[in-house]
Design a protein around this ligand. Structure first.
Ligand SMILES: C[S@@+](CC[C@H](N)C(=O)[O-])C[C@H]1O[C@@H](n2cnc3c(N)ncnc32)[C@H](O)[C@@H]1O
Length: 499
């Protein structure tokens, strides 16, 4: 039942419009997509060129709080799920299947997102306490528990909402569950921290910053008799033997490390010698990192809050847009800094007000990146809010002192064209054609035929013996139509699809 993405029809995506920044703005990416439609169908209908190519996915699905009015709309043949169809999911205690519905909605979408991720990619999912435990379980199943990275806590507010009644706690945070496609291949980035360079006060002859520590033991138990094995000579740069003696008092001391450890340090370029009044002195050296950074804290307190996210959307779209749940650009920008490279593809299949598109363009403008985004939004406001917000970010907004420069860039806006590969008897009979149409449509876009067929595989199962499941180059298709004819038929269907 949860694998119903296998039964999702393939629908051709139709380009409706293209928006590009007016001249004179930042050079930013234009090969971006905003798709209006249900993400299950949209993800399925993405060309196979994206399979295994997406470096970073951020999603912010309905939290299933019981007051969002989200509707279960996956038309699955199972009788129980048919009963759910079109129903608004109710509150806790009123709708006993509300968690089942949410999971049945999420599972197939996560399966498709998992296929899109590259081996070194990662998914970040915003969620709150209503479903975090279920989401974690489902991600464990799809991604594997070994690919869990972190549950990042994001501070979404800093004062209780005015309507707090007698509640003992006010919930100031959301969760962000992070899973890698393949943890061993995933290189998430640390938090840049240039300030740590001041902990490396010395500059070596070659200009590298470093800090050093004497190799002769100081303080307690620093005498030869305290560790006889650490009394041995080291070779100074002029070839002379240096023993660990106290420089002023002359007594035999010892080194802080044994001979083996010293050899290892020397081979790793981590010993420097300095000429002092009393002769050569060896030091252990720690070089400053090339890119000073620390591990990201798992609690984000400085990535913007809900209040600022709403204020920004009001600034960009005016106050009557009616969209209540935008995330701050800072939160998604932080995620992109951790999980994307300058040329990554970023996907957000619950796009809402388009914050992810805004964050991608903003980060590109900051680091001259070429990141691209694919946003999917099912509601009718995909144009009037999602696309409009991204257009506003591209062109700039505000006036007077509050003017904000445009980020440049552009995107193509898509909606669904005809549906192919449906379950009706006619559609079933037509499926050899429809498969051919899909694959020709994609192959004609210059895409690899095997990749195309592989991407379409779950729509048209091999057991059903459709003509396009044949090995490339094999003879006549299963249903007996010669391949040449099949191509011709597909080409003519494609023309009608495109027109
Ligand atoms: C919480 S909002 C996302 C907000 C977004 N992160 C932002 O910053 O604006 C969730 C969005 O997912 C959309 N959505 C829900 N189900 C969807 C589906 N099946 N396909 C595509 N979008 C969906 C909703 O319409 C809503 O706009």
């Amino acid at each position: 039942m949860v694998n119903h993405h296998h039964d999702v029809p393939f629908r051709v995506l139709k380009k409706v419009s293209t928006f590009t920044a007016p001249g004179g703005l930042h050079a930013n990416t234009t090969d971006n997509r905003i798709i209006h439609g249900d993400n299950l169908e949209a993800l399925k209908s993405l060309p196979p060129e994206f399979e295994g190519q997406v470096k970073c996915i951020y999603i912010d699905p309905p939290y299933n709080k019981g007051n969002e009015g989200w509707v279960y709309n996956d038309a699955v043949n199972d009788p129980k799920m048919k009963r759910w169809l079109g129903q608004v999911v109710g509150k806790e205690g009123e709708d006993l299947s509300r968690h089942d519905k949410w999971l049945c909605m999420m599972y197939p979408r996560l399966k498709l997102l998992h296929r899109l991720l590259s081996d070194d990619g990662a998914i970040f999912i915003s969620i709150d306490d209503n479903e975090v435990h279920n989401l974690r379980a489902v991600l464990n199943e799809i991604f594997g528990p070994g690919n869990f990275v972190v549950n990042m806590i994001w501070q979404k507010m800093d004062s209780p909402s005015s309507n707090f009644g007698e509640r003992a706690f006010s919930n100031y945070h959301d969760h962000t569950l992070v899973f890698a496609k393949k943890l061993s291949a995933c290189r998430l980035k640390q938090l840049p921290k240039p300030e740590i360079l001041k902990d490396y006060p010395e500059v070596a002859e070659d200009g590298r910053r470093c800090r050093t520590r004497q190799l002769r033991k100081n303080g307690k138990e620093a005498r030869r008799e305290d560790r006889e094995t650490m009394w041995y000579p080291m070779e100074a740069p002029d070839g002379s033997e240096i023993w660990p003696r106290h420089p002023e008092e002359g007594w035999d001391g010892r080194w802080a490390i044994g001979k083996k450890a010293y050899e290892k340090l020397k081979n790793a370029d981590k010993v420097v010698w300095k000429m002092r009044d009393h002769g050569w002195v060896p030091y252990q050296v720690e070089w400053a990192p090339n890119e000073p950074a620390i591990p990201n804290p798992s609690i984000l307190t400085d990535a913007g809050q809900n209040r600022q996210a709403k204020a920004l959307l009001n600034d960009m779209l005016g106050t009557d847009h009616g969209f209540d749940t935008p995330k701050p650009v800072g939160l998604i920008e932080r995620i992109l800094r951790i999980a994307s490279d300058p040329d990554s593809i970023v996907v957000d299949s619950f796009a809402g007000s388009g914050t992810t598109g805004h964050a991608v363009l903003k980060l590109n403008a900051e680091d001259r990146g070429r990141r691209r985004f694919i946003l999917i939004e099912t509601e009718d406001y995909a144009e009037s809010i999602t696309a409009k917000r991204v257009r506003t970010a591209i062109t700039g907004y505000g006036s007077g002192e509050g003017i904000v420069d445009g980020l440049g860039g552009g995107f193509d806006y898509y909606s669904f064209g005809v549906e192919v590969g449906r379950q009706s008897p006619q559609a079933k009979r037509a499926r050899p054609f429809t498969t051919a149409v899909c694959s020709h449509a994609l192959v004609n876009q210059g895409l690899n035929r095997d990749a195309t067929l592989n991407w379409l595989r779950p729509v048209h199962r091999p057991s059903q013996g459709f003509c396009d499941r044949q090995r490339p180059g094999a003879g006549a298709p299963h249903h007996g139509m010669p391949r040449k004819l099949q191509r011709k038929a597909a080409a003519s269907m494609l023309r009608s699809v495109a027109s």
